[in-house]
Structure formats: C-alpha cells, structure tokens
Design a binder for this molecule. Sequence first.
Ligand code: SF4
Ligand code: FES
Length: 238
Amino acid sequence: MEREVLFRIRRFDGEKEYWQDFRFTARKGMTVLEGLYFIKENLDGSLAFRASCRMGICGSCAVKINGKPRLACETQIFDVGDVLEIEPLDNMPVLKDLIVDMDGFFRKHEAVKPYLIRKDDDYENPKELLQTPKELHAYYDFSLCIKCGACYSACPASATRSDYLGPAAITAAYRFCADSRDEGREDRLALVSGSEGVWRCHFNAECSEVCPKSIEPAKAIQKMRLMSAIHMIKSIFR
Ligand code: SF4
Ligand code: FES
C-alpha cells in the first residue's frame, strides 16, 4: 500500500528558522527516518538530521513528531498519519535543522558518575562481584536507557531551569545507586539532593510517557527522592 504524505519540517540554517514542506509517496511500513532519508536523497540534500543504528539502539534519531519526542527509526509514517510535523528536540540548542547540541545533556549525565564506584578497585587482581536475581532486578530496567534525550525534551522542569539535571541523568544516578555492587551512592546523592537535583521535578511524568524504552524516569526520580530524603536526615545527625 502506498499513499502521498506531507512532511512539514522545522528547519534552522544557523541564522533563521523556517518550516519547509515535502510531499512524497510513502509505502506501508516506511519509518519516519526512512522518510527523512528519502527527502535527503531525492528532494533536498541539505536537510540535516542524526541517525545511526536504524533499530532503536543508538538513541541518535530522536525528534519531535507531531509535538511528541519519538525515535524516527521506530515510528512508522502511517501510524502517525498523512501529515507529519517534524521538529528538533526541545530544551537543547538547535545546531542545524533536526540536529540539537547534546553537550549539556551529556555533561549532566557525566556529573552523576554513571559507572560502578568501588573502594577496593584493583584492576591488576579483578574479582567477581556476584548478584542475586533480586539485586539485578532492583536496577535492571533503568540500565536500558539509550540516551536519546526524549525525556529531557518533554520535561517541563528542564524547560524552565537549565541547571536541572533532568530525567535521564537522575535515572542514570538511580541505576548505579540501586546497584548492590556500587559504593558511590554518597557522592551521587550530594549532587542529586542539591538545588539542581530531584527536588526540581514537578512530577508531570511526561518523561515516562515519551521514553521509547519504557524506562519510567519519573519512577527513578521518585526513588531517588526517597534516597535523597534519607541522606539529608542522616546528614543532620552526623
Ligand atoms: S530515559 Fe528513556 S527517554 Fe530518557 S534518554 Fe533514556 S531512553 Fe531516552
Ligand atoms: S537510528 Fe539509532 S535509535 Fe534510531
């Protein structure tokens, strides 16, 4: 099955922003990313967008489709409709067309130390760190984040406070704080409990709604809030 569709794309050339319409014949099963490639290869080679894996793994192709952040490679055109408005993600500066500058997003991610911290790290004599299935289950779902930025784009707190860590970074912090092998919880909680941390969240839960991996960042934020509250009470009595 084939039919004509309209892609209305919000573009930016470094100076001005404008909308441009592209009409083409799409076939059943064609993804939004394939539509973008079709435009680039056949209608306007100057169109800029990011993509790599084309299979929902790398997180590079997130854009807003009819107002909602989604992965272009996982969204079929006919599931959206005949008219698709495609825009860059929100809450990050636009570099060109659909490409946003994700440096700030990744700096926040880096700030929460998203790796296992061990006091006894000995790379010369590594030792096995065993976990029970229950211990794995405590953080596993939150380890599936592909850093696409969809949650960050949908987050109203990130829209109003550029220093707010945002849902993806807090989810990464929780993923490691909840890991039985990790010993870096105190370091992360000092940051996550601060003015740029969990207490900035308005709990709209839009992050969970748009996450393409069904990770529920809003749940991670609530769990980090509990850890943060316990951390703050403990620090009063220290
Ligand atoms: S939590 Fe979900 S929406 Fe946010 S960056 Fe990770 S995969 Fe993307
Ligand atoms: S291209 Fe990798 S997630 Fe879409």
